[in-house]
Design a protein around this ligand. Structure first.
Ligand code: SF4
Length: 352
């Protein structure tokens, strides 16, 4: 949904100023899925908008609902790139996990998206459209979206202009009206983006996917660490804290026998006490296994890791995986979609 293209249609037709507000409200408040639903607008204007700025550009290519209320959607862009969006329910609260790119270039070892390679970055309109889809599903449950996390496919800080453009649209008090503090940007540690984010007036949340307390292990799990090793990353986070005074959220997937030993919890605590004293919160994440040769930590190991952080007074929360029965780990559904599309294309090329 390209709102700017819609506003251009209004300008070119010399529409009165109040039409801008009607269009914005139709899209971000009434959550229209087609301009035909925007009944405050005259018919000829709806037709012009449908031509120049279709209300939905993403094609819904599959949707699954988990027993726990998680809904995962697989979309394709108009030019055929797969992406996915996950709506999560925590009690009455609904949050949505959005993709910023189709695929990802950073190739983290634990991530199905990383295995898929990079397709292309998404536009702000394509990111907004994922939010609007989730808001419609939530509306069907008499609920609203309370939080957005940019933690789906892609590295958001490699697509910063479009991600920030989207955040502005989601945050617009005269539009979707989501508080900036309810929007979290999660990065694998793309330092130029962290510095750029620190200079932003929007009070967005920053989450850093750390997953390892030392360079050797982090390089194995996250190749981006070769480019931006931990000392540089921690220096960037210190600059971010100094500029914004905002807390940094540290994401840490617990992987059996890989990064979940008590001494690794101690090293993590050392790192955070040294660089982010009093300014971070650790989210321990139960791994939702992908095709990679990695397993989720056992409950006993998770508890030992948590206890070690508690002893060191590092605030932490354990995030249980959502939608384990529906391929809800990052990239799983879209990867399956990409595989199916490849198989379909191969079958078309090689008729029986
Ligand atoms: S975890 Fe995030 S940054 Fe790493 S490969 Fe997956 S999508 Fe990319």
């Amino acid at each position: 949904m390209d709102l700017e293209a819609a506003y251009t249609v209004l300008r070119e037709r010399g529409a009165p100023a109040y039409r801008v507000e009607q269009v914005r409200h139709a899209v971000t408040r009434d959550l229209i899925a087609s301009w035909d639903e925007a009944t405050t607008l005259p018919k000829d204007l709806r037709a012009a908008l449908a031509d120049a700025a279709p209300a939905t550009e993403l094609v819904l290519d599959g949707q699954q609902e988990s027993r726990d209320g998680t809904v995962k959607a697989r979309f394709a862009t108009a030019d055929g790139f797969p992406l996915e969006t996950v709506l999560m329910r925590h009690g009455d609260r609904h949050a949505v996990c959005l993709s910023s790119q189709s695929g990802c270039a950073l190739a983290c070892a634990f991530c199905a998206t990383g295995a898929m390679g990079f397709g292309r970055s998404l536009t702000r309109g394509e990111i907004l459209e994922q939010l609007l889809w989730a808001a419609r599903v939530a509306r069907g449950r008499d609920a609203r979206i309370r939080n957005v996390v940019m933690m789906g496919m892609g590295e958001p800080l490699q697509n910063l202009d479009e991600v920030l453009g989207f955040c502005g649209l989601a945050n617009d008090p005269d539009g979707f009206g989501l508080g900036a503090r309810s929007i979290a940007i999660s990065t694998a540690g793309w330092i130029p983006g962290i510095d750029a984010l620190a200079a932003q007036p929007l009070q967005l949340k920053l989450a850093i996917s750390l997953h390892a307390p030392d360079d050797a292990l982090r390089e194995r799990l996250m190749p981006v660490n070769r480019r931006y090793p931990l000392d540089q990353l921690m220096a960037a986070l210190r600059r971010y804290r100094a500029a914004t005074r905002r807390r940094v959220y540290v994401e840490y997937l617990l992987l059996e026998g890989v990064n979940d030993r008590a001494e690794q919890a101690d090293r993590l605590a050392d790192l955070l006490h040294e660089h982010l004293p009093g300014g971070c919160h650790v989210n321990l994440i139960w791994y939702n296994p992908t095709a990679a040769d990695l397993e989720a930590s056992s409950p006993e190991r998770v508890e030992r890791f948590r206890a070690a952080l508690d002893r060191r007074r590092i605030p932490q929360t354990l995030r249980r995986s959502k939608g384990a029965d529906i391929d809800a780990a990052c990239g799983q559904l879209a990867v399956r979609g990409a595989q199916e599309a490849r198989q379909r294309r191969r079958a078309e090329r090689e008729p029986a």
